[in-house]
Design a protein around this ligand. Structure first.
Ligand code: SER
Length: 879
C-alpha cells in the first residue's frame, strides 16, 4: 500500500464506524495562549473536551498536520539523527466526544492494524497506565481487560506517568493512555531478544505507532487534576511510522512519504543516500525540515524574529547549515524542494500547492539571508573552538553567534556537539535576558485557574446586532504580568467583539448601578470570549449592563469593510495570486498584508483606491449570511484564507456579490457609504513576497486630505502662484541650478586670479619656490584644488596656505615630492604643529596635508609657526 492508500484506508475505516471525517486544522494555532503550533490532533477539539462547546458530531476522524518543536512536546533534537521522529508529521486520529470509550477505541485500533493494514499481531505490544500515587491515580484495569480479550497477557505492558499519561501542555485536557508498539526487527533479531524488552527504549525498529488517550481530566494551572464533564477518546497514530510498518521498511525515511524528497536532495548533492551516516543525517534533516517550513508558511506563519516566526526561522537555518556543511550546498536549495512537496500533498493539503511560488519565494529569501552570515559564523566558531579551554563554550560567545551571525541556540549546540563540546546554556540565557531587558520585550504572563461563578456553555455573542446587553459573569481569573496584573472575565452573553480576523477587540464598560468596571480589551481563547479588566466588579454575581464603546466600534467597522473592498480591488488590479497574509483593523486605520511579488506602482495604487472609492459611493448594502454550509459559501465564490480554521458552517459577508464575498466573523458597516472615503497612506514590503498597504477612512481620510490641501495652499501662497504651483517650483529649481552654475564659474575665476597673485608672491630661497599666505577661498575643495594647481605649475613648490572658511580655520601644506626626499620635509608633521594655533588637528601625506580647527584668530600665528619650522629645518630666512 502506498502512503496515499494507507491514509485513505484509515479515514474509510472510521467512516464505516460512523465517524465524521473533518479537515486538518491549520498547523499554526490561533486563540490559544498555551500553544504556538498544533502539537496533536486533539488541539482543535479542546473546547469539546472542556465542555465549553458542543461538538457538531460526537465521532470524528482526520489526519492532522502537527509540529512538535516547542513547548511540552518537542522532538527537534532527535530529528534526522534517528529515523522515526519528525518536526512536522501527520497524526491520524479518531475521537469520541462523550460517546464510545475504552472498549471501542481499543478494539477498533486493533481491527484496523491487524485486518486493514495486515500488520503481524504477534509483533505488537500494548501498554497500559500503571497508576501514579502522587496524583492519586489508579492503574487502568479497564483498558487492560479489553486488551486481554485481544492479545496474550505477556504482550500487555505497564507504563508509568511519563509514557502512559498524556497531557497537551502544562494545562489542559489529559488522561491515561494505552499505546500500541510494533517490533519491526528482522526475525533473527527477534529470536535473540524479545521485543518486550525494547518497548519504550528508543529502539528505531521497536516503536510506538498509536496512542489511545482516554480523556478524563483537566490539568489546572495550580497543578491539580479536575474531572472533565464527560469521558472522551483521543487517539493519535503517527502516519509516517504506520507507513514504515505497512511498507515493511526500517525507517520512516525509506517510505514513499520521504523518498521523493530524499532522492531530489541526493541528486542535487551528487551523493547516494545510505552510504555515509553524516550525509544521510543531513539528507534526513533537510527532507524533514522542508515539510515543517513549507506547510507552516502555507498556513500563514512567516519566518521572523520572535515567537512562532522564530521557531520556523530556527528550523530553516538548521536545515541550511546541514546542507552547507555536509552536502556542500552554498546556494539556496530548500526553495527548490517546494514544488515537489506541493505536488505530493496536493490532494490532502492543497494549501501548499495553491501557494507554492509564494512559499518558495519566502524560503529562498530566508536562505539567501542566512547564507550571507553562515560562512562567517562557522569561521568564528572555529576560533571560538580554538579559544575554548575545557569542553564548555562560554555562553557569551554562544550569544555572539546568535546575535551577530544569526545562529539559533540549538544550531550552535548541535555544532558544538559535533565537535565534542557543549555550551553554557544558562549563561547564554542570561545574556538573552539582558538583551530582552534592553529591548523591553513582551512580559511573560502567568494565568490563574478560572473561578467558575456559574457553569455555562460558550458565551453567546450578540454584537452583530447589539452594542448593549444585560449579562452575568460566568467565570473569571487573575493574570499576572511582570509589573501589572489584571482580570479576565467571561459573560453568559456579550455584545463585545473579541479580537480576531484582524479586527481589534471591543472596549467598553460593565455597569451595575455605581459599580462600574472598564473593559480595556476583548480577546478569544479558543472559543471563549474573554473581557479584560483592571479590576473586578464589587458584586460579581450581579447582572450587568455590558456596553461597548460605540464610537470606537463604528470607526473600526468602517476600516473592516474598507479592507474587504480593498482586498477585492487588489485582486482586480494585481491578479488572483493576491492572498491575504495579515490584517489589522482598528478605529484609526487599516493595514493589509498580501502576497504579491513586486512593488505596487503608483498607477496601480491610484486605480485600486479609485475602485474602492467608487464602491463606497455606490453605497452597497451589507449582505450578511450566518450558518452557511462551507461548501455553499465556497460556491458563492467566498474567499477562504489559508491558515484560518473554518467550521462546517460559516458567516459570509458580501458587498455586491459580483465584487466582494468573504468568509468573515467581523463586524461591518450596514452600507458602504458610511465609510465615506478611503485614502491609501503607504505601500511597503514586509517580507519576501508580501506587500503591505496602510489606509485610512471616514473622518481620518477627510482630515488627511484637508491637511494635504492646506499644505498645498500654503505652498501656493509662498510661491505666489495659485494656479500652477508645480510649474512655479520647477522654475525655482531651474533658477537655482542656473545660479549654482554661475557661482561655480565665479569661484573658478576667483580661484585662478588668486592663483596668479600667489604665484607672484613666490619667494625663491635655496632653490625652493616658497609661498606662505593667508588666502580667501570659499570652501575646502577650492583650497585643495588651488594647492594642487600650484604644485603642478610651480617647480620646486612649497606652499603653506591658511584660510578662513566661513569662520572655520583651515591649513594646507603642499610641496614638490623632491623636497620630501631631499630635505626630509613632511607636510603632515608641519600641519600638526601649526594646527595647535587654531585649536585643531589634521594630517595627510608627506607631500600634502591639511588641518582644520576652531579658532580663526590663530591663522596668522599658525602661518608664523610654519615659517619658523621651515627656517629651522632648512636653515634659511623667510621674509
Ligand atoms: N493526543 C494524543 C497524542 O498526541 C493522542 O492523539 O499522542
Amino acid at each position: 500500500m502506498d502512503s496515499k492508500v494507507i491514509r485513505a484506508k484509515f479515514l474509510e475505516f472510521f467512516n464505516s464506524k460512523s465517524h465524521k471525517i473533518v479537515p486538518s486544522a491549520p498547523i499554526v494555532v490561533q486563540n490559544d495562549p498555551t500553544l504556538m503550533f498544533t502539537n496533536a490532533g486533539m488541539n482543535q477539539f479542546k473546547d469539546y473536551f472542556l465542555g465549553n462547546k458542543t461538538p457538531e458530531a460526537n465521532r470524528v476522524a482526520d489526519t492532522q498536520k502537527c509540529l512538535r518543536v516547542s513547548g511540552k512536546h518537542n522532538d527537534l533534537e532527535e530529528v534526522g539523527l534517528d529515523t522515526y521522529h519528525h518536526t512536522m508529521f501527520e497524526m491520524l486520529g479518531n475521537w469520541s466526544f462523550g460517546d464510545y470509550f475504552k472498549k471501542e477505541a481499543i478494539e477498533w485500533a486493533w481491527e484496523f492494524l491487524t485486518e486493514v493494514c495486515e500488520l503481524p499481531a504477534d509483533r505488537m505490544y500494548a501498554t497500559v497506565f500503571e497508576g501514579d500515587a502522587s496524583e492519586g491515580l489508579e492503574s487502568d484495569e479497564e483498558a487492560r481487560s479489553y486488551w486481554k480479550g485481544l492479545i496474550p497477557e505477556e504482550r500487555i505492558l505497564n507504563g508509568n506517568k511519563k509514557d502512559n499519561f498524556w497531557e497537551m501542555g502544562d494545562t489542559g485536557p489529559c488522561g491515561p493512555c494505552s499505546e500500541i508498539h510494533i517490533d519491526l526487527r528482522p526475525d533473527e533479531d527477534v529470536a535473540k531478544q524479545s521485543g518486550k524488552e525494547l518497548v519504550n527504549q528508543d529502539h528505531p525498529q521497536v516503536v510506538e505507532i498509536w496512542n489511545l488517550v482516554f480523556m478524563q481530566f483537566n490539568r489546572l494551572a495550580d497543578g491539580s487534576l479536575k474531572n472533565l464533564p464527560a469521558q472522551h477518546v483521543d487517539t493519535g497514530m503517527g502516519f509516517e511510522r504506520l507507513a514504515m510498518a505497512v511498507q515493511k521498511k526500517q525507517s520512516n525515511y525509506d517510505t514513499d512519504v520521504f523518498q521523493p524528497t530524499i532522492k531530489a536532495i541526493a541528486a542535487k548533492a551528487g551523493v547516494t543516500y545510505g552510504n555515509d551516516e553524516k550525509i544521510d543525517i543531513a539528507i534526513r534533516v533537510i527532507s524533514d525540515h522542508i515539510r515543517a517550513i513549507s506547510f507552516t508558511i502555507a498556513d500563514g506563519q512567516l519566518p521572523g524574529n520572535a515567537k512562532a516566526g522564530y521557531v520556523i526561522r530556527r528550523i530553516l537555518r538548521r536545515a541550511v547549515r546541514y546542507g552547507y556543511t555536509f552536502l556542500d550546498f552554498k546556494e539556496p536549495f530548500l526553495t527548490e524542494l517546494v514544488p515537489l512537496l506541493a505536488d505530493q500533498f496536493k490532494e490532502v493539503f492543497p494549501e501548499l500547492d495553491a501557494q507554492k511560488s509564494f512559499v518558495a519565494k519566502v524560503i529562498r529569501e530566508e536562505e539567501v539571508a542566512f547564507l550571507r552570515t553562515l560562512d562567517k559564523g562557522l569561521k568564528r566558531f572555529e576560533t571560538i573552538k580554538a579559544e575554548t579551554e575545557g569542553k564548555v563554550i562560554d555562553g557569551k560567545v554562544v550569544f555572539e553567534l546568535y546575535d551577530t551571525y544569526g545562529f539559533p541556540l540549538d544550531l550552535t549546540s548541535l555544532i558544538a556537539r559535533e565537535n565534542g563540546l557543549s555550551i553554557n546554556e544558562n549563561e547564554f540565557k542570561e545574556e538573552m535576558a539582558k538583551q530582552k531587558e534592553r529591548s523591553k520585550s513582551a512580559a511573560q504572563q502567568s494565568t490563574g485557574d478560572w473561578i467558575v461563578i456559574q457553569e455555562a456553555e460558550l458565551p453567546v455573542f450578540l454584537g452583530y446586532e447589539h452594542l448593549v446587553s444585560q449579562s452575568k459573569i460566568t467565570r473569571y481569573r487573575g493574570v499576572k504580568q511582570r509589573n501589572k496584573s489584571f482580570y479576565q472575565i467571561v459573560l453568559d452573553q456579550t455584545p463585545f467583539y473579541a479580537e480576531s480576523g484582524g479586527q481589534v477587540g471591543d472596549t467598553g464598560v460593565l455597569v451595575n448601578g455605581d459599580d462600574k468596571v472598564a473593559i480595556f480589551d476583548t480577546k478569544k481563547e479558543n472559543d471563549l470570549i474573554v473581557h479584560y479588566a483592571n479590576e473586578l466588579p464589587k458584586n460579581i454575581e450581579a447582572e450587568f449592563t455590558a456596553q461597548v464603546n460605540v464610537t470606537k466600534r463604528l470607526l473600526t467597522e468602517n476600516n473592516h469593510s474598507a479592507t474587504h473592498l480593498l482586498h477585492a480591488a487588489l485582486r482586480e488590479v494585481l491578479g488572483d495570486h493576491v492572498q491575504q497574509k495579515g490584517s489589522l483593523v482598528n478605529e484609526k486605520a487599516l493595514r493589509f498584508d498580501f502576497s504579491h511579488f513586486a512593488k505596487v506602482t503608483d498607477e496601480e495604487l491610484a486605480k485600486i483606491e479609485s475602485i474602492v472609492n467608487k464602491k463606497i459611493r455606490e453605497n452597497i448594502k451589507l449582505e450578511e449570511k450566518r450558518n452557511v454550509p462551507i461548501e455553499d459559501a465556497k460556491s458563492m465564490g467566498a474567499m477562504a484564507l489559508f491558515g484560518e480554521k473554518y467550521g462546517e458552517f460559516v458567516r459570509v459577508i458580501t458587498f455586491d456579490k459580483a465584487y466582494s464575498v468573504e468568509l468573515c466573523g467581523g463586524t461591518h458597516v450596514p452600507a458602504t457609504g458610511q465609510i465615506g472615503l478611503l485614502k491609501i497612506t503607504s505601500e511597503s514590503s514586509v517580507a519576501a513576497g508580501v506587500r503591505r498597504i496602510e489606509a485610512i477612512t471616514a473622518d481620518k481620510a477627510e482630515a488627511y486630505v484637508d491637511e494635504e490641501l492646506t499644505l498645498l495652499n500654503e505652498i501656493k501662497e509662498l510661491l505666489k502662484s495659485p494656479k500652477d504651483p508645480k510649474k512655479a517650483i520647477e522654475a525655482l529649481i531651474e533658477e537655482k541650478n542656473q545660479l549654482q552654475k554661475k557661482i561655480d564659474e565665479l569661484n573658478q575665476q576667483q580661484g585662478s586670479a588668486l592663483k596668479t597673485d600667489l604665484m607672484k608672491s613666490t619667494q625663491e630661497v635655496n632653490g625652493i619656490s616658497l609661498i606662505t599666505q593667508v588666502v580667501n577661498v570659499p570652501d575646502a575643495n577650492v583650497l585643495k584644488q588651488l594647492s594642487f594647481e600650484l604644485k603642478n605649475e610651480v617647480p620646486n613648490l612649497l606652499a603653506v596656505l591658511a584660510a578662513n572658511l566661513n569662520e572655520k580655520p583651515m591649513l594646507s601644506v603642499i610641496m614638490d615630492d623632491k623636497l620630501v626626499q631631499e630635505h626630509g620635509l613632511n607636510a603632515g608633521e608641519m600641519v600638526r604643529a601649526m594646527a595647535k594655533e587654531i585649536q585643531g588637528g589634521g594630517g595627510g601625506q608627506p607631500f600634502y596635508a591639511t588641518a582644520g580647527g576652531k579658532d580663526v584668530a590663530g591663522l596668522a600665528k599658525a602661518l608664523e609657526v610654519g615659517k619658523q619650522l621651515l627656517e629651522d629645518k632648512l636653515n634659511i630666512e623667510i621674509k
